[in-house]
Design a protein around this ligand. Structure first.
Ligand SMILES: [Fe+2]
Length: 160
């Protein structure tokens, strides 16, 4: 992949590697965002009134992180790939069972998918650390902190 000129002082090899992991996490994040919205739209049951808006807060914060991750890839001289078709081919998340309506089933499904997202984020943070890209490390740490908290919210709802 050819890189564009970048304000970054990192060597081209490191930037190429980090752009790759940023795009991998962008695909997961865009996939997770669409899955959270599906849960937000279709949820039914006694916990609707608390979980419908909670899922929206997850989606809003994830949309901001996805934007920051994409823009970091371009800042480093790369491109950001985020079309629905590209995401469908590259995300490591499992597909969402869209027929689901039951409130706590959505909680369980989202908690599982956030766990998968977090595994990728931690791997990518390590890759950025090895490449001495402190700023990308910080970016990933922000996402990890927020989504570990969100996973806790969900697991607390399940009392598990
Ligand atoms: Fe909404």
């Amino acid at each position: 992949m050819k890189l564009y000129k970048s304000p970054s002082h990192l060597p081209e090899e490191a930037r190429t590697l980090v752009v790759g992991v940023l795009n991998a996490r962008l695909a997961d994040g865009l996939d997770l965002h669409s899955q959270i919205k599906v849960a937000h739209w279709n949820i039914k049951g006694p916990h609707f009134s608390s979980l419908h808006p909670l899922f929206e807060t997850f989606a809003v914060s994830l949309a901001n992180f996805n934007d920051a991750i994409a823009e970091r890839a371009v800042t480093l001289g790369g491109k950001a790939f985020g079309s629905a078709r590209h995401v469908a081919q590259t995300s490591r998340l499992p597909e969402y069972p869209q027929e689901t309506t039951r409130d706590l089933e959505h909680v369980r499904l989202l908690a599982e998918r956030i766990d998968v997202y977090l595994v990728g984020l931690r791997e990518s943070r390590s890759a950025a650390e090895k490449s001495a890209d402190t700023d990308t490390v910080d970016l990933f740490t922000g996402v990890i902190t927020e989504f570990e908290k969100n996973a806790w919210f969900l697991r607390a709802s399940l009392d598990a």
